[in-house]
Design a protein around this ligand. Structure first.
Ligand SMILES: [Zn+2]
Length: 455
């Protein structure tokens, strides 16, 4: 009896020092932040044509706002990154962990100012310094590599690793990647980290699944890097987690869909998501700038709209096409008896639309997601916004009337309501708010949509 008591005391003490914040039963919080796209060349008052890098001599089009310019094609000024981390360090410094899903460097879209590898690395080092300043040292950070964090963008080869990108990230993220994971991170850029005794977080290097990465073979080839990651994910993460009754969150930059992922990689990734649906209890991605969710399901997955580059992603026409494909997807899964946990794609800090970030609440012991708060700064109304910067845009559970406590049921029910009752009066308010959140509250975009579905 005495021995048992000692054991319990010792193991409890051990548990609390290893995971000081995570072993409590009360709800915990974690942040998902993505696509900072820091642009030190951004100039307030510059023209959109120059990607907000130069003042136009004709005096026309000099509109770059102090904190960023939604729908301009411009990246994030330092002033926006400062405001973002000011909000984070004031309100979220003591959260449990952070999914930080990449694209820290600016886009390489200005032919007068081509982005170099050196600059790409500098902007990533700068991003790390913001995280170090903003969070307590015991906040777990789970970063992942974005398609703009390599040079040239999208292109990342395997084995030769000419730009030595993995050693670079292993070095600047040395506080974030567990020592036991360094070997596989140096091999394929992914890692797994314990959040508690029963919960793990994966950082996936999605560049090896990306259809835009022309330097690697597709996942049908056994030696391809995408296949190496998927095999690692199954044999070293999901299978052992299942055996030990642990749960896993997956995070990465590029979300899995038919446009983003090479076909074999998508099929194999979805097969894994289905096979381990009891283990994977949530997936978190960035890259798309828009706020939405969907489910990883085979074939019935019509999220395949083109084009997908930044300039087009901001065109209302593209947005509406994507929105319709989402509703089609929701319709296609209506009769699925048992789905895996949803894939959550959150808005970017970079104001392709408005800047946004998301804070989830979850049960610390089970990892079960309870709710999230989405914050945004409305630059679409006033790009020089001074007073309150980030404010609560919506709280998922009340905004979408999520009733079920089971995460997959709750979001499947929302998908059903969004698709099934499209024409019925009572869903108009729901669709309106879903669309407004989808474009992060950019009035110019959601107002015509709202008008078109009637008052
Ligand atoms: Zn991206």
């Amino acid at each position: 009896m005495f021995h048992i008591a000692i054991y319990i005391l010792v193991s409890a003490a051990f548990a609390n020092t290893q995971f000081p914040l995570l072993d409590k039963k009360s709800p915990g919080r974690f942040l998902h932040i993505t696509d900072l796209h820091i642009d030190p060349h951004y100039k307030e008052g510059a023209s959109f044509d120059s990607q907000c890098h130069a003042i136009s001599h004709t005096g026309k089009d000099n509109r770059a706002g102090k904190y960023g310019s939604p729908e301009s094609g411009c990246d994030s000024p330092i002033a926006l990154i400062d405001k973002t981390f000011e909000f984070v360090s004031k309100n979220l410094y003591d959260i449990d962990f952070v999914f930080w899903t990449g694209d820290n460097a600016r886009h390489d879209g200005d032919s007068n100012l081509p982005r170099t590898l050196k600059e790409t690395k500098e902007q990533n080092i700068l991003a790390v310094s913001y995280f170090k300043k903003s969070f307590k040292s015991n906040v777990v950070i789970i970063p992942s590599i974005g398609n703009n964090d390599v040079h040239p963008h999208n292109l990342l080869d395997y084995k030769h690793n000419t730009a030595a990108i993995f050693p670079f990230f292993a070095d600047i993220w040395s506080d974030y990647i567990p020592i036991s994971q360094k070997r596989n991170f140096l091999q394929h850029g992914s890692f797994v980290k314990d959040l508690s005794h029963s919960l793990q977080a994966v950082s996936l290097n999605t560049l090896y699944f990306s259809s835009a990465n022309k330097l690697v073979e597709h996942c049908g080839i056994e030696s391809s890097p995408g296949r190496v990651i998927l095999e690692w994910l199954e044999t070293e993460v999901l299978k052992p987690a299942k055996g030990a009754k642990k749960k896993v969150f997956i995070s990465g930059h590029i979300p899995p869909n038919a446009k983003n992922y090479q076909g074999d990689c998508l099929d194999r990734f979805i097969t894994l998501s289905l096979k381990y649906k009891e283990v994977i209890i949530g997936q978190f991605y960035g890259h798309m700038n828009i706020d939405h969710f969907y489910f990883p399901v085979e074939k019935t997955h019509p999220l395949n709209v083109e084009p997908n580059d930044l300039m087009h992603i901001m065109a209302p026409k593209w947005i509406n096409k994507y929105f319709k494909s989402l509703l089609k997807h929701y319709k296609s899964i209506q009769k699925e008896p048992s789905l895996p946990a949803p894939i959550f794609v959150t808005s970017s800090v970079c104001p392709a639309f408005n800047p946004g970030l998301r804070v989830y609440t979850y049960e610390k012991d089970s990892g079960h997601l309870l709710d999230y708060d989405h914050y945004y700064a409305d630059l679409s109304e006033n790009s020089n916004l001074k007073s309150t910067f980030y404010k609560l845009e919506y709280r998922a559970k009340s905004e979408y009337k999520l009733i079920s406590k089971q995460i997959t049921h709750a979001w499947k029910d929302l998908a059903d309501r969004l698709s099934q009752l499209w024409k019925k009066k009572k869903t108009k308010a729901l669709i309106k708010s879903f669309y407004r959140n989808f474009v992060i509250g950019v009035k110019k975009l959601f107002k015509p949509f709202n008008d078109s579905i009637g008052q």
